[in-house]
Design a protein around this ligand. Sequence first.
Ligand code: NDP
Length: 445
Amino acid sequence: MNVQNILLNLEAKHPGEQEYLQAVTEVLESIEGIYNENPQYESAKIIERLVEPDRILTFRVSWVDDRGQVQVNLGHRVQFNNAIGPYKGGLRLHPSVNLSILKFLGFEQTFKNALTTLPMGGAKGGSDFNPKGKSDNEIMRFCQAFMLELWHIIGPNTDVPAGDIGTGGREIGYLYGMYKKLKMENTGILTGKGLNWGGSLVRPEATGFGATYFVNEMLKANNDSFKGKIVTVSGFGNVAWGVALKVTELGGKVVTISGPDGYIYDEKGLDADKIDYLLTLRASNNDIVSPYAEEFPEAKFIANKKPWEVTCDIAMPSAIQNELNDDDAALLLSNDVKYVAEVSNMGCTSEAVEAFHKAQIPFGPGKAVNAGGVGVSGLEMSQNAMKLNWTVEEVDAKLHQMMFSIHEACTKYGTEPDGYVNYVDGANIAGFIKVADAMLDQGII
Ligand code: NDP
C-alpha cells in the first residue's frame, strides 16, 4: 500500500473534506505495516473499498416552525461498512453537520464497532438542523420529517441509528414514534430508547462510564488509579456528565466543564449534587455554564477559553472533534499532564496527538475510549431481539468487560519495543483486522 498515493487520490475525489481525510490518514498510517505484511489485503483492494462508504443517502427535510414558517434542512445517512453486522451509528443534529464530518464519523465508527466485540457495522447520519432554542413541538416536527425519509433505508437487521450531538432521549423518542407509525412494527430500530419502551439500563451513562473504565485500565497498566487525580473535562452533554459521575465515584476530581463560549473552573470539583443541578439545567434547554458559576460561587466562568489551560493529571475532551489542538497540547504538557483520553470523536487534532506520543504520554483515541456507548447500544439490540431486559448490574458488568477487552486489544497491537503503548495504532490495527478479514471472507461485493 502506498499511503501517499491513496490519500492523494482521495483528496482529488473529495476535495475539502478535511475531517474525513484526517480520519482516513490516521488509520492508514497505523495499518500500513500489517497491510503490507498480508498481500491478501492488497489483492482484494481492501483499503480502496474500506475508505469509501457503501452508500450515502442525502435528503431534504421540510418542516413548519411555531410561527407557521416553512423551514428546510438537509439530512444524510452514511452507511459506511456492514462487513461484520448491520450498519450502526448515531445521528448528529448540529448546524456544522456536512458530509465530511459524517463520513469521518462513519469511518471511525466502523473500527470502533469492531472493537466492541459485537456484530455491528459502521454508519453515521444527521442534519444541519440546530436544536438549540427550538420548542419541543418544533423538535418533534423536525424529527418526524427526518424519519419520513430515513425509514426507507433502515431496519433492525439493516441499519440501527442512535443518538449523538443534539440527539438525546427526546429526539430518539420522536424518531422512533414516526418509524413505528410508518412501519407498523415495534422493533429495536433505534438505540437510546426510553426505558419503558425498549431502552436499556445504563445506555444514557454508557459512553461516559465506559470511557472512565477505559482510562482506569490505562491507569492500572501504569500501577496508578483515579484516587486524588485532577481531571479536566470539556462539554457537558450526554457523554461528559457520565464521565463526571464515574470519575468522581472512582475518587478523581473533575474541575472543569465547558460550552462553546468558555469553561467553568471549580477548584473543589464536581460532586453528585452539582451534577444533578447541571442535569436539571440541561433538561430545561437553557445555557448551563454561566448559571452554574452563579449558583456555586467557588466556581469561576472563564469566557472564550478552553479548559486545557488548567493544570491537571488527566484530560478528557468530551465535546466535539478537533477541540484540543497543538497549542492546547503544549499547554497541557507544560503543566505536566499524565494521561489524555478522547471521549469526543477525534477530539484532538493530529498535531496534538503527535505531541502526546512524542512526550510518551498514554493517549487514548476516541474510537477505543468512547466505544462503550455503541457497545451498550449493541446490548440494547440484543435485549430487544430477546424481548427481555437485563439489570443494571448485568449491563454494567458487560460494559466493564467490553472496555477491558478493548484495552487489551490496544495493548496487544500497540505496544512498542520500549514498552510504550501507542493506543492509536493498537485500536486501528485491531479494528482493521476484524473488518478486513470479514471483507475477505465475503468476496468482492
Ligand atoms: P451533546 O450534544 O449531548 O453535548 C455536546 C456538549 O459539547 C455540549 O455541552 C455542548 O455545549 C458542548 N460543545 C459543543 N460544541 C462545543 C465547542 N465548540 N466547544 C466546547 N464545547 C462544545 O453531545 P454528546 O455528549 O452526545 O457528544 C459529545 C461527543 O461525544 C461528540 O464528539 C460525540 O460524537 C461523541 N460521542 C457521543 C456518544 C453518545 O453516546 N452520545 C457516543 C460516542 C461518542 P452546548 O450544549 O452549550 O452547545
